[in-house]
Design a protein around this ligand. Structure first.
Ligand code: HMG
Length: 412
């Protein structure tokens, strides 16, 4: 029998600044409750022009390798899932490969399918290990994205930025994923897209919610069969989180799939059943997403980090469901089991100190970052200190059509 495969290490990294959604609401003349209660979001991470998909991915990758004591030489596959690539041809992954100091004998590529790219990378890595190609090595899958919608559009409060790095290995320390329970779904839909000429995404927002829910029904049916009852055995249900309310809508649909009928909004019993299931299986693991916003490919895995940092000990040996959705659309539903060792890593996984240190932008600063960001790919010279950045790896401009990255350390 093959040894179990799954997630051996994980880490989140995000930009240095954030915008409070109450401030955005005030600037747009919207009731703040619409963003905070209606969408479920408190803040969103905002990247400066010097923080891009590469720098975020490298930061997350370094954190995962260091916190879990993994030698870069152990990595035999590197996959970066992103829909915010920095070049039409050259993959983000190959910059990351160099900056993480990985071995040349490493399969390295980028996956793109809206928010689904990292889940595609996770399952491809599991297949690589199961096929015997890994020869004892591990795969590094990094989800890295910057979510951008136009100023003043309905999508604007659902932006965010960040990266989640996952190390995939056999006998993993955090979560095993049962390959027999992986179900997939694909359908060509125009719910959200970003044409080659645009920095910002376009969305048919309400339709995209419907597409997401249809994909949940389809991928879950492929994973466990249409009529299967699952929820009673699940300790937690994790979903792709473009905004917190979306995960709650998904869970309601999950309940409805199981009972084979829609919940009745006017029934106290139905409302209570939904509230109880949400509060035990879903809501506690959405706190990081509420603070960071949509990080596209990484958002499901950010919710997983939230769960592991809070409940790995309580849920040791228990099963959780994971649902990844990428617009366009592609989806995967699968089941994972929290390992007996996961609780040892709860504090290593916790990004709350970094989040507390973030700089809170005012609306003028935020709009300046957006405007500067539009020019960043063609700027010859960018100064990280002009965005209050001192420590870290930064994008500093494009010279001779080549992107430049610099490691910078603050004088102490
Ligand atoms: P909208 O149309 O401006 O908002 O944009 P709305 O009118 O639908 O209101 C949102 C919620 O707030 C509603 O709650 C309102 O009732 C409530 P619901 O009925 O849905 O439960 N509300 C209030 N609550 C309290 N106090 C108030 C108040 N006012 C309203 N005063 C929309 C919403 C999501 C459409 C927009 O933000 C958008 O277009 N976002 C981008 C698209 C998106 O996130 N889609 C999600 C599914 S697709 C996906 O997940 C893939 C994605 O991640 C991309 C990828 O795959 O790469 C996006």
């Amino acid at each position: 029998m093959n040894s179990p495969v799954g997630i051996d290490a994980a880490a989140f990294a995000g930009p240095h600044a954030c915008l409070d959604l109450a401030d955005l609401a005030a600037a747009r003349g919207v009731d703040p409750d619409k963003f905070v209660l209606g969408l479920g979001q408190r803040r969103m991470a905002i990247a400066s022009p010097c923080e891009d998909t590469v720098t975020l991915a490298v930061d997350a990758g370094r954190r995962a390798l260091a916190a879990f004591d993994i030698d870069p030489a152990e990595i035999g596959t590197l996959i970066v899932g992103t829909e915010t690539g920095v070049d039409h041809s050259k993959p983000v992954a190959v910059y990351v490969h160099e900056l993480l100091g990985l071995d040349a004998r490493c399969r390295t590529f980028e996956t793109k399918h809206a928010c689904y790219g990292a889940m595609a990378g996770l399952t491809a890595s599991m297949d690589w290990i199961a096929a015997g190609r890994a020869r004892g090595r591990k795969a590094l899958v990094i989800a890295s994205d910057i979510a951008r919608y136009g100023l003043g559009t309905p999508g604007e409060p659902t932006q965010g930025a960040g990266a989640v790095a996952l190390v995939v290995a056999d006998r993993p320390r955090l979560l095993t994923v049962d390959p027999a329970t992986i179900g997939d779904y694909t359908r060509q839909v125009m719910d959200f897209w970003r044409p080659l000429y645009s920095k910002v995404a376009f969305a048919d927002g309400h339709y995209s919610i419907q597409c997401y829910l249809d994909a949940l029904v389809g991928a879950r049916a492929d994973a466990v069969g249409e009529g299967a009852a699952l929820l009673d055995e699940l300790a937690a249900c994790l979903y792709h989180v473009p905004f917190v309310k979306m995960a709650k809508k998904a869970h309601q649909r999950h309940l409805e799939i199981e009972r084979g009928a829609p919940l009745d909004r006017d029934s106290d019993a139905d409302r209570q059943a939904l509230a109880a299931s949400l509060s035990s299986r879903v809501e506690p693991w959405l706190t990081l997403n509420a603070e960071i916003g949509n990080i596209y490919t990484g958002s499901l895995f950010l919710s997983l980090i939230d769960l592991l940092r809070q409940a790995a000990e309580r849920f040791s040996g228990r099963t959780v469901s994971l649902f990844s959705y990428g617009s366009g659309c592609g989806a995967t539903f699968c089941l994972g089991e929290i390992t007996g060792t996961a609780a040892q890593w709860a504090s290593a996984l916790d990004p709350s100190e970094d989040l507390a240190r973030r700089y809170r932008l005012n609306i003028e600063d935020y709009e300046r970052l957006v405007r500067d960001g539009e020019q960043a790919d063609t700027a010859e010279s960018l100064d990280p200190t002009s965005y209050g950045l001192s420590d870290g790896l930064f994008y500093v401009g494009t010279v001779d059509h080549q992107r430049r990255y610099v490691e910078s350390r603050a004088e102490r």
